[in-house]
Design a protein around this ligand. Structure first.
Ligand SMILES: *Cc1c(COP(=O)(O)O)cnc(C)c1O
Length: 354
């Protein structure tokens, strides 16, 4: 992209790069030297700047803290063998960010601010992008309401910030999930399709209950009947039954994942049968019972694919085929990795070069 914005840079006098242990990169704890910040006030975006990563100050009355106008995105960038840095499908994240913004009555962020803010920040901190196989740079754009007014209404002021940090090979150990038959992540007419803070807050308690029962995660079902499958944890969910890739169709209770749609595109390009439709709890349990449930996995940016090893349903526990032997999900994982690291041609045009 052509840089049309002149974003002032205030460089840190003290880089933390040399003290950072790139052989130990826990997810979400290490951030690069700088961050991109912009303010929205008086109906326009202003004060675009790249500054040293650090604390921000705001009013204790800031409305995001009280009423939850807060949205975010999660994106990854990869360093290829030739040193080139690519971001995976960031324009899709940009578009989804503004869908979330609209639902939460927040201002849209113009594409050039989102994309150039991100690209210029990554370019400045490019030595923070890890080189090791499987490692990547996690990118977290977010926006929140800053009006210093305790009163329930859409805020007039916002901050848009992008922070980035190196992350290690996210080895997603196969997970044991519980079919959730009481709590709900999202409701029809609600905000499930928006990447907004409250969706994650509300998921913590049910997830903790399941963890106390020995599960790693939940499979969320619809709020009305708990008869249809929606997502798994904070990822989309997919199944292979009788060699057909089946996933819940997107609707207002489901986050429209970019990993999900990338995997669907790969499957279709390989001539695999794909079904996007409502997926019932009953059919998945039935398939698990009779042995036709070949694969089940979560799909999201953090892990790409998280194999589901076991599914708990009411008082039963079903063990699925060995994750290592699963043909489709392992092939999709490798294909995505090969595209991102530049081992194969990017025939879908998913990589965005910084
Ligand atoms: C972010 C997220 C996903 C996955 O989306 P990706 O674009 O693939 O990272 C799925 N479900 C929920 C609830 C999410 O927050």
């Amino acid at each position: 992209m052509i840089d049309t914005l002149n974003i002032p840079v205030n460089r840190t006098p003290a880089s933390r790069l040399a003290q950072t242990d790139f052989s130990n990169l826990p997810f979400g704890k290490i951030f690069s030297d700088h961050m991109f910040v912009a303010d929205y006030a008086d109906g326009e975006w202003k004060n675009l700047q790249i500054v040293p990563y650090g604390d921000i100050s705001m009013s204790p009355a800031a409305s995001a803290l009280h009423y939850g106008q807060a949205i975010f995105e999660g994106i990854k960038a990869y360093k290829q063998k030739n040193g080139q840095i690519v971001i995976f499908r960031p324009v899709d994240n940009f578009e989804r960010f503004n869908i979330s913004a609209e639902r939460m009555v927040m201002p849209v962020v113009p594409e050039e601010i989102f994309m150039q803010g991100m690209a210029q920040l990554i370019n400045l901190d490019r030595d923070w992008v890890p080189t090791a196989e499987g490692h990547s740079l996690y990118i977290r754009p977010f926006m929140f309401a800053t009006d210093p007014v305790i009163g329930v209404h859409a805020s007039a002021a916002y901050k848009f910030i992008i922070i980035i940090g190196p992350t290690g090979a996210y080895y997603a150990k196969p997970i044991k999930v519980k079919m959730e038959m009481h709590y709900a992540r999202a409701v029809e007419g609600g905000v499930g399709y928006a990447k907004t803070a409250g969706n994650y807050a509300r998921s913590l308690y049910p997830t903790l209950q399941a963890q106390k029962e020995g599960f790693d995660q939940l499979i969320w079902t619809d709020a009305k009947e708990h008869a249809y499958i929606e997502e798994s944890g904070t990822t989309n969910v997919m199944f292979v039954i009788n060699n057909v890739l089946i996933t819940p169709s997107t609707r207002d209770t489901i986050l429209d994942g970019i990993t999900r749609k990338s995997i669907l595109a790969l499957a279709r390009s390989w001539g695999m049968a794909v079904e996007e439709r409502r997926v019932s709890v009953a059919e998945v349990i039935e398939a698990a019972r009779e042995g036709s449930l070949q694969e089940a996995f979560g799909a999201g940016t953090a892990a790409t694919i998280a194999h589901i090893a076991q599914i708990g349903y009411k008082n039963e526990l079903f063990t699925l085929p060995d994750p290592a032997s699963r043909e489709f999900s392992n092939k999709a994982l490798k294909a995505l990795s090969d595209i991102r690291y530049g081992n194969v041609e990017d025939e879908f045009g998913w990589n965005y070069t910084v």
